[in-house]
Design a protein around this ligand. Structure first.
Ligand code: UD1
Length: 416
């Protein structure tokens, strides 16, 4: 199993280009199922989850031409509208096939995602929404079996803001008969990026980026080309790493407008952050100040940045309270950070982080994608060597992370 060996203590310095967004690429790849004409997707990050999604589509019969950072998908002959357990268990986002398959083929069998490291994560709202659009849903042998003639437009209220739930229903609604209104929809930039791709394919969507999305169904979608937006969580992770190491980093191709909540907190921590149209420059002189935060759906502070900010707070001056409101079990990184000497107490959904001068290297284990990012940040500031084990979690969301951090001066190596 691969590990990262990191010798901390070097302030990150230099420029890094932000990769395409994983969480936009996954639904956009799934959207290829909605049309018989080819969809060409550019700025696709080279990540395990992206490869899993392409593998999933290929098993259904989709033809995929994969190039570096681009893929052309041809779903003209899908013969197996199934997302099998063995792939869904490695990537929950496989659920994104459910809406498109049901809408275009009138049938889908998608394995129910089980529990995962960060909590229960049900998919009841995906199912309820499709039922409201007239699909019949049965749960058989661990699979969601959806059948429908043609989906019917509906008014759907989601009582919890769900990102992939909104994406699934928005995709399904594109081919439904009549108008669908999604209320309390997710406003995440990745939902907007998916909507842009669907619109390029001929879908009639308005309100994306607000909490009411209206979709006027059409008979079919056509081919299109779409470039995936840059990854705001990857960008935020580099910014947090730069701040924690007291470095000076410039991000190129950054999704600047989608990072307001994160940049605001970095400034509160004492960083100087300058933004231009597509770049962000951060410099941190001296020790960061502790910053309290509460995760919330967009435009609130992203849950996918919570772990990285706990790492930053570990070495900050003062005490910070970090409250997680989206997932019930998303503090798995805390016990690992403690192994590096961090002072963190968790009570309910709040972590109290008491900043200390420095962390000390140890062996730690990644438990999920963003938890592993927080361990890397902590390792970059710790004295001595830190070994981060189980970095396949990290590889799900960060492309060539060790090479890119090394370019910023980090002493980091991948070891077997
Ligand atoms: C997506 C992101 C993930 C991010 C999360 C929250 C992708 C591929 N993943 O995950 O990185 O951490 O948004 O920003 O885009 N819920 C229900 N019923 C449902 C669906 C969700 O109760 O049917 C609850 C969840 O348990 C959770 C909350 O809604 O408490 C938000 O989850 P959701 O937005 O659906 O997360 P994902 O779309 O799985």
């Amino acid at each position: 199993m691969q590990k990262l060996s990191i010798h901390g203590g070097v302030p990150l310095s230099g420029e890094v280009r932000v990769a395409g967004a994983k969480n936009a690429a996954l639904p956009i790849l799934a959207a290829s199922l909605l049309s018989a004409a080819p969809l060409r997707v550019a700025n696709v990050p080279n990540l395990n989850d992206v490869r899993t999604m392409i593998e999933l589509l290929k098993r259904m019969g989709v033809k995929a031409k994969v190039q570096p950072h681009a893929v052309e998908l041809d779903a003209s002959s899908v013969d197996e509208p199934v997302a099998p357990y063995e792939l869904v268990k490695t990537m929950r986002a496989s659920i994104l096939a459910l809406g498109p398959l049901t809408a275009r083929f009138g049938e889908a069998r998608v394995s129910l995602p089980g529990g995962c490291a960060i909590g229960e994560r049900p998919v009841d709202l995906h199912i309820k929404g499709l039922e409201a659009m007239g699909a019949k849903i049965a749960i058989e042998a661990g699979y969601i079996h959806a059948t429908a003639k043609r989906l019917q437009g509906a008014r759907i209220f989601m009582d919890t803001v769900t990102v992939t739930g909104t994406e699934n229903l928005m995709m399904a609604a594109c081919l439904a008969q009549g108008e669908t209104v999604l209320e309390n929809a997710a406003r995440e930039p990745e939902v907007v990026d998916l909507a842009r791709c669907l619109i390029a394919m001929g879908a009639r969507i308005r309100g994306e980026g607000t909490d009411v999305i209206v979709i006027e169904g059409v008979h079919k979608l056509h081919g299109a080309e779409h470039a995936v937006m840059p990854d705001r969580i990857e960008a935020g992770t580099f910014l947090a790493a730069a701040a924690a190491t007291r470095g000076h980093v410039r991000l190129a191709e950054a999704p600047v407008a989608s990072l307001d909540a994160v940049i605001d907190k970095l400034r509160e921590a004492g960083a100087t952050v300058k933004t231009a149209a597509r770049s962000i420059e951060i410099s941190m002189r001296g020790r960061p100040r502790a910053v309290g935060l509460r995760t919330a759906p967009y435009p609130g502070f992203p849950t996918d940045m919570q772990a990285q900010f706990i790492a930053l707070n570990c070495v900050a001056e003062g005490t910070a309270f970090v409250t997680e409101t989206i997932f019930e079990n998303r503090f798995m990184h805390v016990q690992e950070l403690r192994r590096l000497g961090a002072h963190i107490e968790v009570e309910g959904n709040t972590a109290m982080v008491q900043g200390i001068e420095s962390l000390a290297g140890a062996t730690v284990m990644a438990t999920d994608l963003r938890a592993s990012a927080s361990l890397v940040i902590a390792a970059l500031v710790a004295t001595g060597e830190t070994v981060v084990d189980r970095i396949y979690h990290l590889d799900r969301g960060y492309e060539k992370i060790e090479a890119r951090l090394a370019e910023l001066g980090a002493r980091i190596a991948r070891v077997s």
